[in-house]
Design a protein around this ligand. Structure first.
Ligand code: NAD
Length: 487
């Protein structure tokens, strides 16, 4: 179905909401337990009911994954690769349906949703190809002993994702998990479960054997927590907030062998040097700040500009953002009423602290209809303010001046997070000098959100542990032994 049909169905569903079902052992399960409302953030109307799965339901899904593991882990890579490609083909064939529901579920503009569905498709294609070409290292020792690395899939995985890029982030975990021969249970955010539900149908049609990937719906408590704590689960790949990541680490601390990959929050700096192409810098900083209404962990929400070009930058930036980031067009609604209130509370705080609203304002306390927040640009915020230190995860950026390169680096690094950073300059030596000193897992120079799926993705400091992508994902989902054979 296309976006108009999906919207019509969603609007009708207020009286008789769609009921999502868990996908376990290759089938959809009848569910009679408590549900969570799924709300369209653009209208504020409920359109679906999401199971809030209990520990028992999680245990059934984990058991199905455990049962499927021995056969799937021994299935030839070429066969696994074929199935992953079939999944990608089916996502491509249903791109419009996926995009329509992703937009209704998350609040993002349809154009943005389409980009993310394409990226979800490429997650499967990439790992389908990767496993066919992966080679382990073999060496001869001086005393004529052949040593080589032998990898095995680790086992059953818990795959947990947040609400901001629902299908893209969940498939970034599911694709490598099944490609490397693991089985698992995936749990999307309880706020955005629709695309994972559609994905389960794709698994069935693509011939993914029962139990290889199961999908359970529900909140962090009880569902997510039961999943990560299960002793059968050998690894957790989690993307979400830092506080949840910390909780998962505490909940699994006793199980030393459990692999933990945690992709957590960011409060990312964008550094604008005076030699940058100002018009390009404005565009890039705006995209990094406001794409997906600022609800991307990689968004650059702290902009630092060299003082001599500060006023000029702010003026051009405000003009560009007000012309290009219109609410309802390129800026979607924020994901939920609770999140609306969270973003609003930071703006109330900024107003109290005397910040200057170069664009935007404190939104109304009780939104009528959808959860819309205008792009907001703040100047005059102190570096010690929570507005500058904590992840807001909405369409809000701060702009502050710096005088020297060293100061820019130290301002950028003065935050507990270390996920991403953007450096805008035309000076080649500075590009490397600055990039290599930033405490960020991803540094983009004169660009943003460029992704190559082989490269390590992940954060420093509070932004996470471990990296995913290419061989880094292989390390998450497999375990390695070194074999020694005297010749
Ligand atoms: P969240 O941490 O509240 O929830 C993420 C997921 O964890 C959800 O599926 C939730 O149900 C589940 N969960 C909650 N408590 C749990 C528990 N105790 N045990 C197991 N699972 C639990 O995050 P959110 O609000 O959904 O997403 C926003 C956050 O995600 C932001 O901080 C953002 O920066 C971060 N994020 C990070 C990346 C990255 O790649 N580093 C990407 C996207 C989003």
């Amino acid at each position: 179905i296309d976006s108009e049909q999906a919207l019509e169905l969603a609007n009708k569903s207020e009286i008789n909401p769609l009921l999502l079902q868990n996908y376990v052992n290759g089938g959809f399960c009848r569910y009679l337990g408590p549900c969570i409302d799924s709300v369209n953030p653009q209208t504020g109307k409920t359109f679906a009911q999401v199971p809030n799965s209990s520990e028992d339901e999680v245990a059934k899904a984990v058991a199905a994954a455990k049962q499927a593991f021995p056969l799937w882990s021994k299935t030839p890579k070429s066969q696994r690769s074929c199935i992953l490609n079939r999944i990608a083909d089916l996502i491509a064939a249903r791109r419009e349906t996926f995009a329509a529901w992703e937009s209704i579920d998350q609040g993002k503009p349809l154009a943005r949703a389409r980009v993310e569905i394409e990226r979800a498709e490429s997650n499967f294609r990439y790992f389908a190809g990767y496993i066919l070409h992966d080679e382990g290292a073999a060496r001869m020792t001086d005393d004529n002993c052949l040593t080589y690395e032998h990898r095995s899939p680790l086992g059953v995985f818990a795959l947990i994702s947040p609400w901001n890029m629902p299908l893209y982030l969940l498939t970034w975990k599911i694709a490598p998990c099944i490609a490397f021969g693991c089985t698992g249970v995936a749990k999307p955010s309880e706020m955005t479960s629709m695309s994972a539900f559609l994905l389960a149908g794709v698994f069935q049609e693509a011939g993914l054997p029962p139990g290889v990937m199961n999908i359970v719906f529900g909140a962090g408590l009880p569902t997510g927590s039961a999943l990560v704590r299960s002793p059968i689960v050998r690894g957790v790949s989690f993307t979400g907030g830092t506080a949840t990541g910390l909780q998962i680490r505490k909940d699994t601390i006793e199980d030393i062998g459990k692999h933990l990959s945690l992709e957590l929050g960011g409060k990312n700096p964008t550094l604008v040097f005076p030699d940058a192409d100002m018009q390009e810098a404005v565009k890039l900083a705006a995209t990094a700040g406001f794409e997906n209404q600022g609800e991307i962990c990689l968004c650059g929400s702290r902009i630092y500009v060299e003082r001599t070009v500060f006023d000029d930058f702010v003026q051009k930036f405000v003009a560009y953002v007000s012309a290009s980031y219109k609410v309802g067009e390129r800026v979607g609604a924020v994901v939920s009423l609770a999140h609306y209130h969270k973003v609003r509370s930071y703006l109330v705080q900024a107003e109290k602290e005397g910040a200057h609203f170069a664009l935007g304002e404190v939104p109304v306390e009780t939104p009528a209809g959808g959860y819309w927040i205008k792009p907001t640009i703040l100047t005059g915020v102190s570096t010690s303010s929570v507005v500058m230190r904590e992840e807001i995860f909405g369409p809000v950026v701060t702009i502050a001046p710096f005088d020297a390169e060293e100061e820019a680096i130290s301002l950028a690094n003065d935050n507990p997070n270390g996920l991403a950073a953007v450096v805008l300059t035309r000076d080649g030596a500075r590009m490397r000098r600055v990039a290599e000193q930033l405490e960020a897992g991803l540094v983009w120079v004169n660009c943003w959100l460029v992704r190559q799926l082989a490269t390590p993705f992940g954060g420093m400091k509070s932004s996470g542990t471990g990296r995913e992508g290419g061989s880094y994902s292989r390390d998450v989902f497999t375990t390695v032994r070194t074999v020694h054979l005297p010749m």
